[in-house]
Design a protein around this ligand. Structure first.
Ligand SMILES: Cc1cc2nc3c(=O)[nH]c(=O)nc-3n(C[C@H](O)[C@H](O)[C@H](O)COP(=O)(O)OP(=O)(O)OC[C@H]3O[C@@H](n4cnc5c(N)ncnc54)[C@H](O)[C@@H]3O)c2cc1C
Length: 451
């Protein structure tokens, strides 16, 4: 049995846990970070397809107003470059592909007015949701009693308009609109700065990428921590004592400290055993926050051939199962990479279907969008986040009806010596890298105050 002692234990070496560790070290506190996986980064995972040519199997983009993430990237001397947006995008709807410039697809004036007015309403309602206490919104009870799908059904008149918001739901939450409450949709929209900010590439959350892969944020944060980061140490139990707290890992190792920060997704925090047990509100909260379902699919070509046709690689589509595609080529365009997303119900179906079926379905979709050349990539790779034991789905957790108003107050509330971090506990850019950093720094501050 191995023992370790520090001022503060941190469970989880994702960006949130590592940001907390840094903040604590800066205040002279000793930390031990216990990580279940054999690597740091959690939902950030890079993969080399050639020497120094990375793809991100997990989170990858930064966008305007994500100041904490940009500041950290700069401090760690990471290189950002813009997502490729030159040329026209494609919308594939009802069996037909249409090209368009800018951000508004050509799908008829009525659907566009319908969709535009729905976005304006959502943005306006979202502003009434307090980011630190969504359950205090004036209409919280009403908004939390219906799903986002019910609101879409009531508020939009056209099939295309409704499809647009279903796509928004998949792209932003990796979930179907019937899976989370209207209040959660509004909180999230406010947290990310509006529907357009969340959806757009240029000027939005998909604007910039990391040349070294986004996981390098975590790798570089972990470097100076050295042996303070203990890999392959899934925490199974957290026990609070009168003057201390201890964490027992799967191997039976026991670590003690004066406080612990749990920086893992809520559903995984709920799988740890607590002694004494957590108050009912906290436990019931974690019973209610499922993660979304997403599979990232990459097709690698010798060059970005779609650019020759004046296309930027961006596709929105109703064709199963790939509803969203981006040009994910390296900054120098030395090879061409198309990144397709399977999300929500499509991800669940294709997770069960297996790798070969996903490969075939991805290439079929890409061929419809970009022609026969897309059928023959040099390489196909995908990553199913629902199958990851230490993530159990992505991008993050969503709140079904009732969760925010009945249990939201327990999300960040420390319990004795236990403090909560992780992107799901953030107020701004919840679900994103920026939110994870905010949460880690906030939890570190809370601990510093009590120590
Ligand atoms: C496919 C995908 C695409 C995404 N795209 C973007 C994007 O483009 N931009 C963006 O900003 N965000 C994106 N995200 C979200 C972003 O990656 C996350 O918000 C962020 O990485 C979360 O960090 P975290 O530290 O809060 O949680 P995590 O990264 O989940 O870290 C938690 C850590 O805790 C560990 N752990 C879990 N349970 C235990 C335990 N019991 N004991 C010890 N360790 C444990 C896990 O292994 C993990 O390392 C995406 C995510 C995915 C998966």
């Amino acid at each position: 049995m191995k023992h370790g002692e520090a001022d503060v234990l941190i469970v989880g070496a994702g960006v949130a846990g590592l940001a907390a560790a840094h903040a604590l070290m800066q205040h002279g506190k000793e930390v031990i970070v216990l990580e279940a996986r054999e690597r740091v980064g959690g939902r950030l995972l890079r993969h080399a397809i050639a020497p120094d040519c990375w793809i991100d199997l997990g989170g990858q983009w930064l966008g305007p107003t994500q100041e904490r993430a940009y500041a950290l990237a700069q401090r760690l001397q990471l290189t950002l470059f813009p997502t490729y947006t030159e040329g026209e995008s494609l919308v594939y709807f009802g069996g037909q592909a249409r090209r368009y410039a800018g951000t508004i697809p050509k799908l008829g004036i009525l659907p566009l007015l319908d969709f535009g007015s729905a976005i304006a309403k959502l943005d306006k309602m979202a502003h009434q949701v307090p980011l630190d206490a969504p359950w205090k919104a004036p209409l919280a009870a009403c908004w939390d009693s219906m799903t986002f799908a019910s609101w879409i059904e009531q508020s939009l008149r056209t099939r295309v308009g409704r499809w647009g918001l279903k796509l928004f739901s998949e792209a932003v939450f990796a979930a179907e609109p019937f899976e989370f409450s209207l209040l959660h949709a509004l909180f999230y929209i406010h947290s990310g700065g509006g529907v357009e900010r969340l959806s757009n590439t240029r000027g939005g959350a998909q604007q910039d990428r990391f040349a070294e892969g986004a996981q390098s944020l975590a790798l570089r944060l972990a470097e100076p921590l050295g042996a303070r980061v203990q890999l392959n140490q899934p925490v199974r139990q957290i026990r609070q004592h009168r003057e201390s707290v201890s964490a027992t890992t799967q191997s039976g190792a026991i670590y003690t400290a004066r406080a612990v920060i749990v920086a893992v997704p809520p559903t995984l925090a709920g799988r740890i055993e607590y002694d004494p047990p957590l108050p009912p509100a906290r436990d019931q909260l974690t019973q209610r926050l499922p993660n979304g379902s997403v599979i990232k699919c990459f097709a690698v070509y010798d060059r970005p051939f779609w650019r020759d046709y004046g296309l930027n690689g961006f596709v929105t589509s109703d064709l199963e199962p790939l509803h969203l595609v981006f040009d994910n080529s390296p900054p120098d365009g030395s090879c061409g990479i198309l990144l397709g997303f399977m999300e929500g119900a499509s991800a669940r179906r294709m997770s069960a279907a297996g790798f070969e079926a996903r490969r075939a379905a991805t290439l079929q979709c890409l061929t419809r969008y970009f022609g026969e050349r897309a059928a023959q990539p040099e390489l196909y790779i995908d990553h199913d986040w629902s199958a990851e034991t230490w993530s159990r789905g992505c991008y993050g957790a969503h709140f079904p009806p009732g969760a925010w108003t009945q249990f939201g107050h327990a999300l960040r509330q420390p319990i004795g010596r236990i403090f909560w971090a992780g992107t799901e506990t953030a107020t701004r850019w919840m679900g994103y890298i920026n939110g994870a950093i905010e949460s880690g720094e906030r939890a570190a501050q809370e601990v510093i105050e009590i120590l």
